[in-house]
Design a protein around this ligand. Structure first.
Ligand SMILES: NC(=O)C1=CN([C@@H]2O[C@H](COP(=O)(O)OP(=O)(O)OC[C@H]3O[C@@H](n4cnc5c(N)ncnc54)[C@H](OP(=O)(O)O)[C@@H]3O)[C@@H](O)[C@H]2O)C=CC1
Ligand SMILES: CC(C)(CO)C(=O)C(=O)O
Length: 311
């Protein structure tokens, strides 16, 4: 990269999270953001009017958008922000644009980095607590701020300088981000929180704050946390914060947010239950810890999904 060249960042999946990260990065001088998303009206609106952020921030940023990742130029950095079910397709379609890029997953759950590394050379683990939802073509509502953590994906790591560069650009754009040497702790800490709260929201229709403040549901949240924490302990994964603290923070900062799994249920899309509670259950089997509560969540959410096919 020459000194005066823009830093080009590709964003794959320009939904809630892709839009928030694309818009914040696009307002950093010297950064050019290219988003790929199949939704034609959204892409057309972004190209025409820019990407508008409402809610916790209010600005519009110039983002290039395309419906096909094969139309993106060569980029230095990539952000994968599709749902996990679409990770493999998204990176495969973007393989030319990202052939020499360092690429991060900002998705929830486990297993996305492995899929990205199956196609692309240098990968980062990313964990984000930022929350939002797309409210119409070209517009994303920023529901709750939150830190992001970026670190190497051990089998095919991005270079430390690339991780620091992306963290610096996100910080300059207004999203507080930490470059860390080992991102597994933050990632599993978020997985535990999501797996303890998102399926309960998805099954009841309640926001994250409502789930965490309803005494009966909160008791289930605690059971799910205890089971997941036992799996992490047996697997040698060190959580970076007490999940109970994350629950309190969600009540304070994101009370009215509908978790992305609830957004999926409301839109009758397949959820990420398999990479959240399913990921914990798989790890539990690997290390010999039973996970009946997470198994129940997987069965219930999968049952809900299959009811749509049968309706
Ligand atoms: N929403 C939130 O507040 C949070 C979400 N997350 C995580 O972030 C990730 C993204 O979630 P979210 O932004 O909510 O999801 P959205 O559904 O809002 O956005 C995903 C976007 O990716 C698009 N897409 C699907 N397939 C492809 C493809 N092959 N190439 C490019 N784009 C594609 C989707 O289009 P289409 O709809 O047509 O399929 C959609 O527009 C998930 O892992 C989620 O768990 C993490 C923290 C908070
Ligand atoms: C923002 C948060 C933490 C809410 O549960 C989330 O990860 C999601 O919506 O999936």
């Amino acid at each position: 990269m020459r000194r005066d060249d823009p830093v080009r960042v590709a964003v794959l999946g320009c939904g809630a999270i892709g839009s928030l990260y694309a818009a914040h990065l696009a307002r950093v001088p010297g950064v050019e953001v290219w988003a790929a998303d199949p939704w034609r009206e959204h892409v057309a609106a972004i190209e025409r009017d820019g990407l508008r952020v409402t809610g916790q921030a209010d600005f519009t940023a110039p983002v290039h958008a395309r419906t096909h990742a094969s139309d993106l130029p060569r980029c230095h950095l990539g952000i994968v922000a599709t749902k996990s079910l679409h990770t493999a397709d998204a990176v495969t379609a973007a393989r030319e644009a990202l052939a020499d890029a360092a690429v991060v997953s900002v998705q929830n759950g486990v297993g996305n980095e492995e899929l990205i590394a199956g196609v692309l050379p240098r990968v980062m683990r990313g964990t984000i607590v930022t929350a939002g939802a797309v409210t119409g073509p070209g517009v994303v509502r920023y529901d709750a701020p939150g830190d992001s953590w970026l670190g190497p994906f051990e089998p095919r790591p991005a270079e430390p300088g690339e991780i620091e560069l992306l963290a610096r650009l996100l910080n300059e754009g207004g999203l507080r981000t930490h470059a860390v040497a080992d991102a597994r702790g933050p990632q599993w800490t978020k997985v535990v929180f999501n797996a303890a709260t998102s399926p309960l929201s998805a099954l009841t229709g309640l926001t994250v704050g409502q789930v965490c403040t309803d005494p009966a549901l909160r008791a289930q949240v605690e059971v799910l946390i205890r089971e997941a924490a036992a799996v992490c302990a047996a697997a040698g994964i060190v959580l970076t914060r007490d999940p109970a603290e994350a629950v309190e923070e969600a009540i304070r900062e994101a009370f009215a947010h509908k978790p992305s799994m609830l957004q999926d249920v409301l839109a009758r899309r397949p959820t990420e239950i398999g990479v959240l509670n399913g990921g914990i259950a798989d790890e539990g089997r690997r290390v010999g810890v039973l996970t009946p509560a997470h198994d129940s969540m997987v069965a219930l959410v999968r049952g809900l999904e299959s009811s749509w096919e049968q309706a």
